[in-house]
Design a protein. Structure first.
Length: 164
């Protein structure tokens, strides 16, 4: 089982990679729709970005159980039986994994901390760390959304086979 530190390092790498994915998706959407201003069509843009993220994660998870950052940090997602999750399970995990982001953003909104990017960052980071630490309440140390979806993260030894 990967340590919490390894999983959080992978999460940071994933966030950096996703910044580029979201920027490219925004560019594609803007060119395809003739968007001239960032606030025009923002609902469509948001839905398009979420669809691109779902496609990225579900495709990676169902094929090999790993995104590029997960490969780098030698972490693999498994469904029942130690295999990569199927399409429905991967989609369910994608939806449930929004628990990493939405509560922190909701907290910033409820506290009125939306006037500054730093206050939103603090609320989001505080929630991410809190949610990560909640995995310590589970005997298997897995994240709660993985338990809900029937998936688990495993450490891949240097030889390439997953260690259970």
């Amino acid at each position: 089982m990967p340590t919490l530190r390894r999983r959080l390092a992978c999460l940071v790498y994933e966030a950096v990679l996703l910044f580029g994915v979201v920027m490219i998706a925004g560019l594609v959407y803007g060119v395809a729709t003739g968007q001239r201003h960032a606030l025009d069509g923002r609902l469509g843009l948001g839905l398009f970005v979420v669809a691109v993220l779902a496609l990225y994660f579900v495709w990676c998870w169902t094929r090999s159980g790993q995104t590029l950052p997960m490969q780098t940090w030698r972490i693999r997602l498994e469904g029942p039986g130690g295999r990569p999750p199927g399409l429905a399970r991967a989609l369910g995990r994608f939806v449930c994994a929004w628990v990493w982001v939405l509560p922190g953003l909701g907290l910033a909104h409820l506290l009125g901390w939306t006037g500054s990017g730093w206050t939103v960052f603090v609320a989001l980071t505080g929630w991410v760390l809190t949610y990560a630490l909640l995995s310590r309440l589970r005997a298997d140390r897995q994240f709660w959304h993985d338990a809900l979806c029937g998936t688990r993260l495993v450490l891949v030894p240097a030889s390439g086979r997953a260690a259970s």
